[in-house]
Design a binder for this molecule. Structure first.
Ligand SMILES: Cc1ncc(COP(=O)(O)O)c(C=O)c1O
Length: 390
C-alpha cells in the first residue's frame, strides 16, 4: 500500500483540539476522541513537501494567490464535478463558517429569517442566531433509518416566515445524505420562486460512497447559480483545517460584492501563505491519495456496519452516502440525554458528538468520526460493546 492509513500517529501536544483539550472541554483524561471533523491521517506527502519547501524559505510576509492558484481550483472542480468556475467568482476566506457568517451579515438584515435542515452541523444555527437572525427549521424526515426532505414544510415555512436565506448542507453532515439531483432541483426551484438566497456548503463533496454522486447545486440550473453562494474547501478532504483556507464561489456580481465588502469590513484581507501553498499542492497532486483515502474510509464503514450488526443490534447505523461522519441511532436503548452521555463518555470512554447538539431530530443519536486507523475504530467499537453489553 502506497499510503499507510493504518499508522497510528501520536497527536498529543500538537495543539490539536481533538487531543489536547479534553479536560478543558469537560471530558475525562484518556478519552478516545472521535468527535470533531478532522482526520487522524497525515495530509498527503505532496502537501507536506510543499509546506516544508515554503518553510525553508523562511520569510512569511503578506501573501496573495495568483492565477495559477485559480487554475488549480478550476481543474479540480472540472475534474470531479464537471463544474466550470470562473476567476471572478472566487472569494477566499479562512474557513467555510467564516464565509457563512459573512454571507448572513452581507445578504440579510437583523431579524430576517434563515432556514436550515436539522439535524445539521451546529455552527449553522449558531451563525444565524449569533448574527441576530431568526432561525427557521425544516426538520429532515427520519423513517426506517433513512432521511428525506419534507418539501411541503420547507416551502410553507419559507412563505410564512418570509425567509431570506437557506443554508444547505450538501452532502449532509451529520445524516450522511448525498442529495440527489431531483431533491436539489426541488429545493432550488422553491428558493428561486420565493427569492431565497442559497448558501450551499459543499465541504464534504469529496467523500462520496460508491453508487452515489455529488451535484454542485449552483450548476444545476442557471437561475440557481444566480442565487447561490457555494462554499468549498480542501480542509476536510486533505486534513488541512488548521491552515484555514476555503474557496467560495459566487457568480452573481451583486451578491459577491456584498460578501466581499462584509469580509473586508471585518478586517480580513490576505490569506495565510501556508493555506495557499497546501491547497494548491493538494489539488494539483493529491488525486491518487484521495482515491486511496476513500477506499480506506469505505473499509472503515464496512467495519462499523458489520460490528454494529453482529454485536450491537440495539444501535442502528444510518447508512451514509457520503462524509466520514457516521450517524448512530441509540433510541432503542431508551436513555435520557444524560444517561446516553454517561454511557458514551464515562462507560465507553468515547468522545463523540451528542445528537442533541445538531438541533431538532438529533435526540437519541451520536455522531462518530471514522477517519482514523482501522485499529482505533475497532478499539472504539469494543469499548462501546463492553459499555452496552457488559
Ligand atoms: C458542513 C460543514 N461545514 C463547515 C465545516 C467547517 O469548515 P471550516 O473549518 O472551513 O469553517 C464543517 C466541519 O466539520 C462541516 O462539517
Amino acid at each position: 500500500m502506497k499510503y499507510n492509513f493504518d499508522e497510528i500517529i501520536d497527536r498529543s501536544n500538537t495543539n490539536s483540539i481533538k487531543y489536547d483539550f479534553a479536560n478543558r472541554r469537560g471530558k475525562p483524561d484518556g478519552i478516545l476522541p472521535m468527535w470533531v471533523a478532522d482526520m487522524d491521517f497525515r495530509t498527503p506527502p505532496c502537501v507536506i513537501e510543499a509546506l516544508v519547501d515554503n518553510s525553508k524559505h523562511g520569510i512569511f510576509g503578506y501573501s496573495e494567490s495568483g492565477h495559477d492558484y485559480f487554475e488549480t481550483l478550476q481543474a479540480w472542480f472540472q475534474c470531479y464535478f464537471d463544474w466550470e468556475v470562473r476567476p471572478q467568482w472566487l472569494i477566499k476566506t479562512p474557513g467555510v463558517v467564516h464565509a457563512i457568517c459573512s454571507a448572513i451579515r452581507a445578504l440579510t438584515n437583523q431579524g430576517d429569517a434563515v432556514i436550515v435542515q436539522q439535524p445539521v452541523y451546529y455552527p449553522f444555527s449558531e451563525s444565524v442566531l449569533g448574527n441576530r437572525r431568526k432561525l427557521i427549521v425544516n426538520q429532515l424526515v427520519y423513517r426506517e433509518s433513512k432521511y428525506s426532505i419534507d418539501f411541503e414544510d420547507f416551502e410553507t415555512k419559507i412563505i410564512k416566515n418570509d425567509v431570506k436565506m437557506f443554508i444547505l448542507c450538501s452532502p449532509h453532515n451529520p445524516v450522511g445524505r448525498v442529495w440527489t439531483k431531483d431533491e436539489l432541483i426541488r429545493l432550488g426551484d422553491i428558493c428561486y420562486r420565493h427569492g431565497v438566497i442559497v448558501i450551499s456548503d459543499e465541504i464534504h463533496a469529496d467523500f462520496i460512497y460508491p453508487g452515489n454522486k455529488h451535484f454542485v447545486f449552483a450548476d444545476l440550473k442557471p437561475e440557481f447559480s444566480d442565487i447561490t453562494v457555494t462554499c468549498t474547501a480542501p480542509s476536510k478532504t486533505f486534513n488541512l483545517a488548521g491552515l484555514q483556507i476555503s474557496n467560495i464561489f459566487v457568480s452573481n456580481r451583486s451578491i459577491r460584492q456584498k460578501i466581499k465588502r462584509e469580509i473586508s469590513n471585518s478586517g480580513y484581507s490576505q490569506l495565510s501563505i501556508m493555506g495557499i501553498t497546501a491547497c494548491k499542492a493538494a489539488y494539483d497532486k493529491g488525486h491518487e491519495w484521495l482515491d486511496a483515502l476513500n477506499i480506506y474510509l469505505n473499509g472503515n464503514l464496512d467495519v462499523l456496519r458489520d460490528f454494529t450488526r453482529q454485536n450491537l443490534p440495539q444501535i442502528k447505523l444510518v447508512e451514509p452516502e457520503g462524509t466520514y461522519l457516521m450517524w448512530l441511532d441509540f433510541k432503542s436503548l431508551r436513555l435520557s440525554d444524560e444517561q446516553l452521555d454517561e454511557l458514551i463518555v464515562q462507560k465507553a470512554g468515547l468522545w463523540l458528538d451528542a445528537g442533541v447538539m445538531f438541533g431538532k431530530g438529533g435526540k437519541g443519536f451520536q455522531r462518530i468520526n471514522i477517519a482514523c486507523p482501522k485499529s482505533i475504530l475497532q478499539k472504539a467499537l469494543l469499548q462501546l460493546d463492553q459499555a452496552i453489553n457488559g
